[in-house]
Write a protein that binds this ligand. Structure first.
Ligand code: ZN
Length: 171
């Protein structure tokens, strides 16, 4: 284990509500409170082909931004990726992204999410809808594997499963 140095304060303790500027920030990173039903209704309103494309774009966008955030956490945790995963498990509930549990399985990184806001807000779906989580997992798996990863949502609570389960492996 690398020396973690100063413990990373919890996300909810780092978050700054700057009323004068009309901003919520974690360091330089700006956050937005948006009801998940507003976000997911947008996808539901789109025709299926377009919905699949835009959910894919959300996955890519979160992968990009999530990787930036993850690298910032990693710098704080002395480059210890295992500690990074622990920090993400602690942070996800504070972001309102459900409760996350990572499990390493050989060269695969598995993730179980309970109470995903994306699935909850979307409602029943034939296809998984937690593309934001999938993108975040891919960014974390890039760091965990030390090379580009791919990720998939194996089952989603929007499909009537109790939890959402994901898997990432080398691309
Ligand atoms: Zn899901």
């Amino acid at each position: 284990m690398a020396d973690a140095g100063e413990p990373v304060p919890a996300f909810k303790d780092r978050l700054v509500f700057d009323d004068a500027a009309g901003e919520l920030r974690d360091g330089a990173r700006r956050y937005l409170l948006l009801r998940p039903d507003a976000l997911m209704a947008m996808f539901r309103l789109l025709p299926p082909d377009t919905r699949a494309l835009t959910l894919g774009a959300l996955e890519q966008a979160v992968h990009q931004q999530g990787s930036d955030s993850a690298r910032a956490y990693l710098a704080h945790s002395g480059g210890d990726v295992e500690m990074l995963l622990t920090i993400i498990e602690r942070t996800s509930p504070q972001l309102g992204w459900g409760t996350w549990r990572f499990e390493a399985d050989g060269d695969r990184l598995r993730l179980e999410v309970r109470n995903s806001p994306f699935a909850h807000a979307f409602g029943l779906s034939e296809q998984p809808v937690c593309h934001a989580v999938k993108g975040m997992l891919r960014g974390l798996a890039d760091l965990w594997l030390g090379r580009p990863a791919q990720s998939s949502e194996l089952q989603c609570s929007a499909q009537h499963h109790a939890t959402c389960t994901f898997e990432a492996r080398a691309a």
